[in-house]
Design a binder for this molecule. Structure first.
Ligand SMILES: NC(=O)N[C@@H](O)C(=O)O
Ligand code: NI
Length: 172
């Protein structure tokens, strides 16, 4: 199978099958701290308690891969959600595929964040490891620590060619 992915703009509706969008610009807020602060409340839930899991906060400093990207694998976290919040305001890419026993290469979807949007992958959603577009980009991560295997990886056979090119990046 040969396929080049179109890169989609990240919206709450488009990302809904895969998780939550952590995005001020598409979220409600209420005022706190005597009117000095907007609280964008509960943008996503941290779903990590299965098998005695606990929520942890980490930082990823990521380096861009080579493009056009030949997508060789996808992974999922069967025991917990995983959130990525960009810290430096740089656009980055998200590759996801629907929950299933194995990722369907023909169902992979590519999104681009405007650098102000984070994502929270729901438990078991297939995704590609973080895809920075800027050298040493940084992300705050909220995911799970605890017993059990929480990372399934599937490598595609050589016959499957799913490519991601940047030349049709939507303007963000
Ligand atoms: N392995 C790890 O902690 N990171 C991946 O889960 C990822 O989605 O980048
Ligand atoms: Ni992951």
């Amino acid at each position: 199978m040969n396929k080049t992915l179109k890169i989609e703009t990240l919206t709450p509706e488009a990302f809904k099958p895969f998780g939550d969008l952590i995005d001020k610009e598409t979220s409600e807020f209420f005022m706190i701290n005597n009117g000095s602060t907007r609280r964008y409340h509960r943008m996503a839930d941290v779903d990590v308690a299965d098998n005695g899991g606990e929520p942890i906060i980490s930082i990823f400093q990521a380096t861009p891969l080579q493009y056009p990207l030949s997508i060789k694998m996808m992974e999922r976290h069967p025991l917990g959600s995983q959130a990525f919040v960009p810290l430096l305001g740089n656009p980055y890419l998200i590759l996801v595929a629907p929950k299933d026993d194995s990722p369907d290469p023909s169902a992979i979807r590519a999104f681009i964040s405007n650098g102000r949007q984070g994502v929270n992958y729901h438990k078991g959603v297939w995704h590609h490891p973080v895809l920075a577009l800027t050298e040493e980009d940084q992300f705050l991560i909220v995911d799970r620590s605890g017993p059990g295997n929480n990372c399934d990886e599937v490598y595609f056979s050589d016959k499957v060619q799913v490519e991601l090119t940047l030349n049709d990046l939507v303007s963000i």
